[in-house]
Design a binder for this molecule. Structure first.
Ligand SMILES: [Zn+2]
Length: 138
């Protein structure tokens, strides 16, 4: 898909967030993990909130989690999302414990439920940007 064909906003790909999306581009979901105490964290940041360490690594997620929360938009927040209404941004709690805001690719709003098991899929929305989305676990 050409860069110009994708109309929705794209994430900033600088700093630690850029590193996160660089892994997504390789179809790897990685989160920061403290190398002092082992605590996972997301969104990316310098310091571990549990032990205060600045030592960390990009650790590969198993890619599995559960629906933690969602909202269903009946009015698009931006005109670029008008063709998707109604749409449901979801918060997934990964098995590693971190949460991220994302999309489900195969679950209509009326079928959403708390705890629904999901797994990551990668959507190459442009030649440069890949977004991690989720589908029902098989
Ligand atoms: Zn720590």
């Amino acid at each position: 898909m050409a860069e110009t064909a994708y109309k929705r906003p794209l994430p900033r790909r600088r700093g630690m967030a850029g590193e996160f999306y660089d892994y997504c581009k390789k179809h790897e979901l990685r989160f920061q993990r403290c190398t002092n105490c082992g605590t996972w964290r997301h969104v990316p940041r310098d310091m571990c909130a549990k032990c205060g360490s600045f030592a960390w690594e990009w650790a590969k997620s198993a890619g599995k989690g559960k629906v933690f929360s969602w909202t269903t938009a009946m009015q698009p927040m931006l005109p670029q999302f008008a063709d998707l209404v109604p749409y449901s941004p979801v918060i997934i709690e990964m098995d590693e414990g971190v949460r991220l805001v994302t999309w489900l690719t195969d679950v209509p709003a009326e079928e959403l439920r708390l705890g629904l098991p999901v797994e990551v899929v990668f959507d190459d929305v442009t030649p440069e940007v890949t977004l991690p989305k989720f589908k029902k676990s098989s």
